[in-house]
Design a protein around this ligand. Structure first.
Ligand SMILES: [Ca+2]
Length: 323
């Protein structure tokens, strides 16, 4: 049986491959996209989500536009990482032929989860939409069957041994982008009573990288989705270009992280990963706001620790080849 799935997203180059990987899956059944402000502003993220669906003829998947800023903090966009429109390299993607849904993403989440549901929720963006839905109707928490989150960094990430990739304002510490941008939302969602939480954090997504081998394999597949995604992912922003410089096999090797795709691969086949069952707390404020801290107390969840890179690549290429 296929797993019905809702993705909350802010496309975003890595969201793009995550969404396409899902659409090509034999196991995951994408029911809707809810979109939030994140990697770039809300309108650009919504447009990017629709362009991706248009590319592969899946405009039947409804797109809901949601929060245009985090709950409390000012927005932090990453044009320097993903390009001015969030999808650098994706200039040839088609223009959307359908409109986004009229309903706000938070209201859509409330509607989807007004009854007990088997639809897995995969947040791969700041969790503002989900937090807004839970603020408005906390009872939906018990109807959500599980979360597969790209977010957090419960163990040091492998590049610099830090607990994240974004500086926490006014603090010497770092936190992972999705949690750092809206720590109030992350704390609210994790503490809402939703069970069966899986955290695919920066500690593991920085171990499963894109590079020239995958780029070559995608172009060999040669379908529209594979070429588009190779063009997008090989357009590496300045920050990633510097961060991953020591890992390049050749000067033109487009080494970079594809965080969100790792989370969706987990949703499809958790056996690719080793995990730990831990208690995690996420402070909403203070000098560790947005960090995901393992301790003696906190919210029980399963966190990804290591990944089998070969099996991840095989899954990704297999799914993209089906589009
Ligand atoms: Ca994202």
């Amino acid at each position: 049986m296929r797993i019905p799935l809702l993705i909350d997203t802010d496309p975003g180059q890595d969201d793009a491959i995550a969404i396409l990987l899902t659409l090509g899956s034999e196991k995951l059944d994408l029911k809707a996209l809810t979109v939030t402000s994140g990697n770039v502003g809300l309108a650009k993220c919504v447009n990017n989500a629709q362009r991706l669906l248009e590319l592969v003829g899946r405009t039947d998947v409804p797109v809901y536009s949601g929060a245009d800023r985090p709950l409390v903090n000012p927005p932090v966009h990453l044009e320097g990482v993903f390009g001015e429109d969030g999808l650098a390299g994706g200039e040839s993607l088609p223009t959307p032929s359908v409109k986004p849904q009229a309903m706000h993403a938070a209201d859509a989440l409330i509607e989807f989860y007004s009854q007990p549901s088997d639809m897995l929720l995969a947040p791969i963006a700041p969790m503002t939409n989900i937090a807004l839905a839970l603020q408005k109707n906390p009872t939906i928490a018990k109807n959500i069957p599980g979360l597969v989150i790209m977010g957090g960094c419960p163990y040091p990430e492998p590049l610099r041994g830090e607990m994240g990739n974004i500086g926490i304002p006014g603090s010497p510490h770092r936190a992972e982008y999705n949690f750092a941008v809206d720590p109030h939302a992350a704390a609210l969602v994790l503490e809402s009573g939703i069970r069966n939480i899986h955290m695919i954090g920066l500690n593991v997504t920085r171990k499963v990288l894109y590079g020239e081998d995958m780029d070559r394999d995608l172009r060999k597949i040669g379908n529209k989705a594979a070429i588009a995604i190779a063009n997008i992912l090989s357009t590496v922003g300045e920050e990633d270009d510097q961060d991953y410089a020591t890992l390049k096999k050749s000067p033109s090797d487009p080494v970079r992280a594809i965080h969100d795709a790792v989370a969706l691969a987990y949703a499809e086949d958790p056996s690719i990963f080793t995990t730990a069952d831990v208690l995690v707390s996420v402070p909403a404020t203070g000098d560790r706001a947005g960090q995901s801290i393992i301790g003696d107390e906190g919210v029980p969840m399963r966190v990804a620790v290591e990944a089998d890179n070969k099996r991840f690549s095989e899954l990704l290429l297999h799914n993209i080849s089906r589009l």
